[in-house]
Design a binder for this molecule. Sequence first.
Ligand code: PMP
Length: 356
Amino acid sequence: MSRVYNFSAGPAMLPEQVLQQAREELLDWRGSGMSVMEMSHRGKEFMSIAAQAEMDLRAILAIPDNYRVLFLQGGASSQFAMVPLNLLGEKKGADYINTGSWSKKAIAEGKRYCEVSIAGSAEYRVPSQSDLQLNPDAAYLHYTPNETIAGVEFSYIPDAGSVPLVADMSSTILSRPLDVSRFGVIYAGAQKNIGPAGLTVVILREDLIGEPLPATPSMFSYQIHADNDSMYNTPPTYGWYLAGLVFDWIKRNGGLEAMARVNQRKAQKLYTAIDASSFYSNPVDPACRSWMNVPFTLADASLDATFLAEAKEQGLVTLKGHRSVGGMRASIYNAMPEEGVDALVAFMADFEKRYG
Ligand code: PMP
């Protein structure tokens, strides 16, 4: 068996120990004689898997008791609609901060349901707190703490006053400790730092769970999912189980403080290598550079294909940048070992020596 260092933005690498454990338990989960894939979601085996996963997530993120955790389907993209449908209530509008492609997607979907007001907008950096134009009457303030495509990350949590703060944490959740109490809603597609695609985690302050707008499909109602402990319909059971294995892996590996230390070091190594060279570059304001997604370009774009092909030969794969921006992107979530980043940095230096 030979595993590569996979720099995909998502679905992304999972910790090898998690995959090993899933393999060991694939045919017979702990003496049940069944695969987790074959279990009824209402049976006692799966109920225990589900409860343990939630307990572990609550422990690693120190989620306060007045928050619910939902394990849903539909990806972060469904949350772009579920947030306005469930949080607007009597209000007419919501504030959104625009820092890139994923903010724009959330804004476009929000506009289908409410008056969107742009509280702040920036490219390759994030607006500062003092630049935000906040509307005290907004139903919520939505932002994207980490823009996966451009690699732009907030280094602060916006203060929205009494307006609930909503965060699309798809590509940064679990990368470091987080003060959950600052948020009204946190949501994330699982396929980066949580588990396989198909599972969406929503962390939701209890008092925000209310009647959704009329005509909201049942499957888009936080209230219905919360009342049914995420089992209104068949949940993504195998993804939920794998997420539980990832939460346990984080717990056993020092929790989010330990993840943060390694993540910061991995990102630092890569940005230092980029900044030290005149061959590679990254346009993001150093104060807002992502720890998780590191885009960079080569001085000569005609070398892109050669770079990718040679990297692949070294076991460094999926480095191609997002199709909307080109160049390269190294996504280095929790499961990317530091040795993977070291190997990439060494390859980049060698490539520059030969072609730069
Ligand atoms: N938001 C962010 C920040 C993302 O990175 C992504 C996926 N790359 C999405 C939303 C969309 O997620 P999904 O595919 O789970 O709908």
